[in-house]
Design a protein around this ligand. Structure first.
Ligand code: PEP
Length: 248
């Protein structure tokens, strides 16, 4: 009943030429199955990715960030209505790099999720604890708070259509992935938190795992209970490794 999603977060990599080349190569070799494949290129590469994906696109497309206003004097920012107009389906919200490098708070995430939903897009809300928080035994309370506060401005229907990614901060870009058991435990915590918010509809929300997913560990992580897909940074930048993960 839940969608299985393979999401590629390219961060600040692949300009328009490289991004279009990647999509052409990936598309010519990828075998479409039931799972959804989504690309999050940089905003500057979005149009090139969309053109290379074709119309209709076999992939979902997303942007890595939006500002929480429809328009205005916010130099350098992009809005959710603009992302919709450009052809996006998803917006990443609360990625650990946004939280920890750019200082975004749970309140920022809540405002972004709201404007994303109201622009007809799906927020992919990322939550995850730091190593220090994990060592203090705070993983469950941190991810539960991030989930509740991030979805706080959504109604039940909107919350049901959102997607969640559990991304332990200590696992992102470090080569140190969570074990399938770690992922399953925290995904169960998130599913319970969703149930408190939206009751039985919690079963409809996809929860992805992200953090050093590679072709070597993807299948094991995807087999863990309550893991509905993966959000991948580094290993989504090469066609070969992304093809391998998407067929895991
Ligand atoms: C990410 O950026 O969301 C991510 C999970 O990165 P990596 O796969 O490189 O750890």
């Amino acid at each position: 009943m839940r969608k299985r999603i393979f999401a590629a977060n390219w961060k600040m990599n692949h300009g328009p030429t490289a991004a279009a080349g990647f999509i052409h190569q990936f598309r010519s070799r990828w075998v479409k199955g039931d799972a959804e494949v989504a690309f999050f290129p940089s905003a500057l590469s979005f149009a090139a990715v969309r053109a290379a994906a074709g119309d209709p696109s076999p992939f979902k497309l997303g942007v890595q960030n939006v500002y929480a206003a429809d328009r205005g004097a916010f130099t350098g920012e992009n809005s959710a209505p603009m992302a919709k107009d450009a052809g996006a389906d998803y917006v990443l919200v609360g990625h650990s790099e946004r939280r920890h490098v750019f200082g975004e708070t749970d309140a920022d995430c809540a405002a972004k999720c709201a404007i994303v939903e109201r622009s007809g897009l799906t927020p992919l809300l990322c939550v995850g604890e730091t190593l220090q928080q994990r060592q203090k035994g705070e993983t469950s309370s941190i991810v539960t708070r991030q989930l509740r506060e991030g979805l706080a401005k959504l109604d039940q229907i909107e919350a049901t259509t959102s997607v969640i990614a559990y991304e332990p901060v200590w696992a992102i870009g470090t080569g140190q992935n969570a074990t399938p058991q770690d992922a399953a435990e925290t995904h169960a915590v998130l599913r319970r938190a969703l149930r408190d918010l939206i009751g039985d509809r919690a079963a409809e929300v996809s929860i992805l795992y992200g953090g050093s997913v590679t072709p070597a560990n993807a299948a094991q992580i995807l087999a863990a209970s309550d893991v509905d897909g993966v959000l991948v940074g580094g290993a989504s930048l090469e066609v070969e490794s992304w093809l391998s993960i998407c067929s895991a």
